[in-house]
Design a protein around this ligand. Structure first.
Ligand SMILES: Cc1cc2nc3c(=O)[nH]c(=O)nc-3n(C[C@H](O)[C@H](O)[C@H](O)COP(=O)(O)OP(=O)(O)OC[C@H]3O[C@@H](n4cnc5c(N)ncnc54)[C@H](O)[C@@H]3O)c2cc1C
Length: 448
């Protein structure tokens, strides 16, 4: 994760404890994808909730940062950037639920829980996102019967430091908790979350080519614990990825690395290929054909969190939109038509597979993209060297938006469009932070 050096963080925490002024730092802050850079006045990494509270109280402008895995300027501040990376403890198990500090990454939280025979009900890909950042943006996995990490059935309560520097526990089902479940960093600094857990299992991951009709078949999808479908751009090729509970022996290890090795396509080599192909029709086609040939089939069995938290090192910019499940075919058609039209006239060559993930509608939030409706989430990714990706992503966002899609809050193109409870969210934000301590240009743009 791009972050200040350890010395800077220690200096920051020390400065805070001693009531010292801003801490100098050598380099601007950059997100994981490398498309967002800014220079906060100071960066702090407090070690206790009281230190977070003191830092928030003392600052004029504050933003919290987690793993820096979002693709937009949501973390940007001209004031104090607070990383909760030193808040990483498990507090207490309460029946099936557990209080975990917000700086734990999803991988760390999963490993902690696995050692106690417990797991989070559904996980995204990645694993280096923090709990605080993941719930702030409704990060989701691909389980058709499970909501996002922010879903009210999973995220039972939150502890946050509000704009006045007070530590608050939100556990009563009201608008404040519903807003904070997907808070966009606008309501305070989350220091801990109470999450429901389930027993650990082993999962079998299978990947294989399918026809479009089979891949979108609701009966087929319903047979699986986790389901994603990939369309390989500018082709008729679809790849289904399923993850199902199994009693087979689980093997530990980085599944994706095994997977890439099995494909004969290392992320770095693929990155190079794509960089060379940027803006070149024939080279793009060759890169896609190579990918298509490589990804035909793969199978692995592992602990549930390892099979879900797959990571690669290919740098890509991502956007995603949630549509009601019944609009899956319309959404895919819209993306295919745009991809083909933009490639035909040489404007843009979509260079990475389009992913579709099925998730259950969230409950108990105001602005989760899947709130109140079972959804299919379309994920778009591009190598950053394909220069017209922002225009293409905007065109797809417009087209899916017309079908009722809601954009992902952690990805490029986040927007309040099609959120029926946006005004209710804005009202909670105003009540929690009337002075705009947590506002930044990104949030102001969303609030209008
Ligand atoms: C490799 C990769 C894989 C991904 N996979 C998925 C996926 O499978 N599914 C999915 O839905 N998304 C996915 N994402 C998106 C990612 O999960 C979200 O962007 C998530 O917000 C990142 O968490 P973070 O800790 O890095 O947050 P950051 O990027 O650091 O912050 C995101 C937002 O949350 C706020 N925030 C962060 N921490 C706190 C806190 N403690 N209190 C209050 N506000 C806070 C920030 O101010 C910012 O506005 C992926 C991203 C990457 C780069």
């Amino acid at each position: 994760m791009p972050s200040p050096t350890r010395r800077e963080l220690l200096l920051g925490a020390g400065a805070l404890a001693l009531g010292l002024g801003p801490v100098a730092h050598a380099e601007p802050w950059t997100n994981q994808a490398g498309n967002v850079t800014f220079d906060p006045r100071q960066r702090l990494a407090p070690s206790t909730v009281d230190e977070v509270a003191a830092a928030v109280k003392a600052a004029k402008k504050v933003k919290a940062v987690g793993g820096g895995h979002s693709f937009h300027r949501g973390t940007e501040t001209e004031g104090t950037l607070i990383s909760v990376e030193n808040l990483r403890a498990q507090r207490a198990l309460d029946g099936d639920a557990v209080w975990l500090e917000a700086g734990l990454t999803l991988r760390e939280a999963s490993e902690l829980l696995a050692a106690q025979g417990r797991a989070l009900p559904s996980l995204p890909s990645g694993g280096d996102q923090t709990l605080g950042g993941a719930v702030s943006t409704a990060t989701h996995g691909g389980n058709p019967t499970c909501g996002s990490l922010s879903d009210g059935d999973s995220l039972l309560a939150l502890e946050l430091v509000d704009a006045a520097g007070a530590v608050r526990t939100l556990e009563v089902e009201d608008d404040t908790l519903a807003a904070a479940r997907v808070g966009l960093g606008a309501l305070g600094v989350i220091t801990a979350v109470k999450l429901r857990t389930v027993p650990t299992t082993a999962l079998r991951l299978k990947r294989g080519l399918v026809s479009e009709w089979d891949g979108l078949n609701p009966e087929r999808i319903a047979q699986h614990d986790h389901y994603s479908l990939f369309w390989l751009p500018l082709s008729e090729r679809f790849v289904a990825v399923t993850r199902d509970e199994t009693t087979a022996e689980a093997h530990h290890g980085n599944v994706l690395r095994k997977d890439w090795r099995a494909c004969g396509l290392e992320p770095r080599a693929l990155g190079k290929l794509l960089r060379k192909a940027a803006g070149d029709a024939e080279a793009s086609e060759r890169a896609l054909a190579r990918m298509a040939g490589a990804v035909e089939s793969f199978e692995a069995v592992g602990p549930d969190h390892e099979i879900q938290l797959t990571t690669g090192s290919l740098s890509a910019i991502e956007a995603a939109w949630a549509l009601p499940r019944e609009s899956a075919e319309d959404g895919l058609r819209a993306i295919r038509e745009l991809t083909e039209a933009w490639a035909r006239d040489g404007r843009f060559f979509l260079n990475l597979p389009v992913e579709m993930r099925w998730v259950r509608g969230d409950r108990g939030t105001l602005i989760s993209p899947t709130q109140g409706r079972d959804s299919v989430v379309f994920g778009l990714a591009s190598h950053p060297d394909f220069v017209r990706w922002p225009d293409f992503f905007a065109a797809v966002g417009k087209s899916l938006g017309a079908l009722g899609a809601r954009a992902h809050w952690g990805k490029h193109g986040a927007s309040p469009r099609n959120h029926p409870e946006w005004e209710r969210f804005a009202a909670v934000r105003e009540a929690m932070d009337p002075g705009g301590k947590f506002l930044n240009p990104w949030l102001e743009g969303l609030l209008g």
